[in-house]
Write a protein that binds this ligand. Structure first.
Ligand code: PLP
Length: 394
């Protein structure tokens, strides 16, 4: 007899979390590891937002809020979506949750039935396939490589749609590739979606972190899809608020109501303190972080492309580089032969103390993800450590 449900038995532990655990134990033993494995900004929560959180505590703003979040924050999100994204929503269409990860889980639960299909372009963020499966649905992976800038084309989307398709997921800017869908590419996808009654889930959590390109929401340029578009965003990446656990969705009213009911019985309202901080954060985005990330990206990508066996597209957003490392497969480092991206990442961590995540976890076994959300000098240092590592490969 099985002690655990089929549902949880099939969940794979998060690869990013296991690299992180190994990295932290090396750090704890005093090894100067450069941790490029985590998806977390290295700067602090804006001071004004942090103080708003403190004030919430001392003023006794420490009680349950409505399950979907405070009216004040939902209204502020409505006006943010209007002024920054060109999207029209009412506060009852906004559902605030404990991080965008939680938001996405609520969405798949609210819209998917057993046997439904969700189209998921790969390389994808590690949690999407697991969440889709937890909701009883099946991820239908559409592999997108460098030839299209890691982006799904209209033809690929059309070919993947079946009568069972319930939703299509788009994450732009992307984790792990940093790809950003441009307006013409989104319009082409919208042209396909117009003819099929499916949801489009838009994970825009990295929207502010774009370099020399414009971030556009598919929902804004294809208003005819608004009834089927669900926009996801959060405070973790733009405001360095990963630990506050705050994310949200803007959804058609029936979906929003279902998500709110589900949330009211599962996790209840999000933290009153975090919501107070989030309200202040919305008005305190620091645009300098964009230049900082862009500078680091340039150092990292140039460095990666100077290594033999490595080739990296220039990512246009987020804070990840996703090089193809298939050129080092079969090479030896001392007595070890590199047979996979996992071997490469393990050796790089062990010998050069640079932590990265193998692409398998993102549905792309020939790639490695490096996060450049680490200090500028650490990015440069990581590049020189990798250069030394590669010089020893035979
Ligand atoms: N979506 C993407 C693409 C992400 O990379 C992440 C975090 O790594 C999330 C959603 C979830 O972020 P959070 O739950 O911290 O809001």
């Amino acid at each position: 007899e099985q002690r655990l449900s089929t549902r949880v038995r099939n969940i794979k532990p998060s690869a990013t979390m296991s690299v992180d655990a190994k990295t932290k134990s090396l750090l704890a033993s005093g090894q100067p590891v450069i941790n490029m494995s985590v998806g977390e900004p290295d700067f602090d929560t804006p001071t004004a937002a942090a103080f708003a959180g403190i004030r919430a505590i001392t003023n006794g703003n420490t009680r349950y809020t409505p399950a979907a979040g405070t009216v004040a924050l939902r209204k502020a999100i409505v006006s943010k979506l209007m002024t920054e994204n060109g999207l029209t929503y009412s506060p009852d269409q906004i559902i605030i949750s404990n991080g965008a990860k939680h938001t996405l889980y609520n969405i798949f639960t609210a819209i998917c039935d057993e046997g439904d299909e969700v189209i998921l372009p790969a390389p994808y963020w590690v949690s999407y396939p697991e969440q889709i499966e937890l909701a009883g649905a099946k991820p239908v992976i559409v592999y997108c490589d460098e030839s299209t800038g890691f982006k799904m084309t209209a033809a690929q989307l059309e070919a993947a749609i079946t009568p069972k398709t319930k939703a299509v997921l788009l994450n732009t800017p992307s984790n792990p590739t940093g790809a950003v869908y441009h307006e013409d590419e989104l319009l082409a996808l919208a042209g396909v979606l117009r003819h099929h009654d499916v949801y489009v889930v838009l994970d825009e959590i990295y929207e502010r972190l774009v370099y020399d390109v414009k971030q556009t929401s598919l929902a804004a340029i294809a208003p005819e899809l608004q009834d089927r578009a669900i926009v996801v965003n959060g405070f973790s990446k733009a405001f360095a608020m990963t630990g506050w656990r705050l994310g949200y969705a803007a959804a058609p009213l029936d979906v929003a109501k279902a998500m709110a009911s589900f949330q009211s019985h599962s996790t209840g309202s999000p933290s009153s303190i975090s919501q107070a901080a989030g309200l202040t954060a919305l008005a305190n985005f620091n645009p300098e972080v964009v230049q900082t990330f862009q500078h680091r990206r340039d150092i990292l990508v140039e460095g990666l492309n100077s290594l033999s066996g490595v080739s990296c597209l220039v990512p246009e957003g987020a804070f990840y580089a996703f090089p193809d490392i298939s050129g080092v497969i079969g090479k030896r480092y001392e007595d070890k032969t590199i047979q996979s991206a996992t071997d490469y990442c393990e050796l790089l961590l062990e010998k050069s103390l640079v932590a990265s995540v193998p692409g398998d976890a993102f549905g792309s076994p020939n790639h490695v993800r490096f996060s450049y959300a680490v200090a500028d000098d650490q990015v440069a240092d990581a590049v020189s450590r990798m250069r030394e590592f590669h010089q020893k490969l035979v």
